[in-house]
Design a protein around this ligand. Sequence first.
Ligand SMILES: [Ca+2]
Ligand SMILES: [Ca+2]
Ligand SMILES: [Ca+2]
Length: 292
Amino acid sequence: MRRTLLPIAALYAAACMTANAQVLYSTGFEEFNLGAILNQFGWEHELSSSGGRGDGSIVDSLARSGSKSLKITPVAGTTTGSNWWWKFIPHDTDASPNKIIRIKWDMYLTASSLQGIYGIDVYNGAGALARVCTVRVLDDNTVQLIRFAGGATQEVFTTEVEASRDAWNRFRLDIDYTTRTFKVYLNGVDVAPTETNQIQTAAGNVFGDADIYFVNLGGDSNDSGNYDNYYVAAIRAVVEGDVNGDGCVDDADLLAVLFSFGSDDIANDVNDDGVVDDADLLAVLFSFGNGC
Ligand SMILES: [Ca+2]
Ligand SMILES: [Ca+2]
Ligand SMILES: [Ca+2]
């Protein structure tokens, strides 16, 4: 066993050194202390001027991986609005060969009598603050996108796809700055396969951050949302099976999947079903050589 593992490990190390994709931010929230996420590891928040509030705290009561997650709890009695926590991670897609921003996260929303809206809200990283695009789950569980018709006019598009409550859902948002469009997948399913979702032109080419996003509907939403495995990377191209994001499906991707086999590692979960297993390995094998 040892004889076969050593060369594989050496090959893996060599492959990692040549990978060109950049992980901008990745956390399973395990390194955080329990309690408010504000001021931990540079996290900040902005509360809506209209008063909508939520509490964002690290908890150990629910997690998809490890023992901790970020829990958003509505604060009763406030009016409709939004708030978010963020880590500023600018990436200039003009200067970098990695022109696609991939955001993946796990989200668990509880069912209640009055549900809020939870998702990810993306902003630019240079010039005047501008929204790039948004993915959110509505109170009726449908997945909704905020996109920009013609690159300029903000437009809300409601998909026909629903997220399950009281269950973990794995999301993927790929923003392509070359085509200025984005695609969203829920548990591996394209939520709007026939749509062209444009990002905002005014947001420019510098990605800024992907906010954890919450809207306290009616001011007294009484559900909650947990986030785990929050992952942001700048990748070369969207190629199925290219888990390290260098645009080519090769040994490095195969080994990355093998080394995380049996785990729920979000970066190496090709089909986004929540586990790294045979299906992901086969996806890499069937795409082997693509993009190289
Ligand atoms: Ca975790
Ligand atoms: Ca690769
Ligand atoms: Ca999988």
